[in-house]
Design a protein. Structure first.
Length: 132
């Protein structure tokens, strides 16, 4: 591990769309131009509605997206609380800040409810910079 940056806030983000919507984010300044990134996301609350699954991913300031996404199944219960990990394999310029943003969308595209976070309770996002 070369460096880590933690951030978070008590905001609530509505991602009620078939296209990805921005949610929590954190800025990180890499120490190496060849490092990769693991993003840890701990949303205090995730709400799904309308019996629809959700897709959640990470995107950086250059437009690159994580190698993986997390699909959260509705499965009869609207409230979820998973912790998520995303791998960002694209290298960044050392010393140049980039913002990593969590994005969510309704997997069916039917604009059902997807809420990330909770007004008043903190969600956290952590960037772990690694050399591989």
């Amino acid at each position: 591990v070369l460096k880590f940056t933690a951030g978070g806030n008590t905001s609530e983000y509505d991602c009620n769309s078939g296209s990805y919507q921005n949610a929590h984010s954190v800025s990180h300044t890499p120490v190496s131009s060849t490092s990769k990134f693991i993003i840890l996301y701990m949303a205090v609350r995730i709400v799904l509605g309308g019996s629809t699954d959700a897709n959640i991913r990470c995107r950086d300031g250059s437009g690159s997206v994580s190698d993986n996404l997390v699909r959260i199944g509705y499965a009869g219960s609207g409230y979820k609380g998973p912790h998520m990990q995303f791998y960002m394999p694209t290298s960044r310029t050392a010393g140049s800040s980039t913002t990593f943003t969590i994005q969510g969308r309704d997997a069916s595209g039917s604009n059902d409810t997807l809420i990330l976070g909770d007004n008043g309770s903190k969600s956290t996002i952590i960037v772990v910079e690694i050399e591989v």
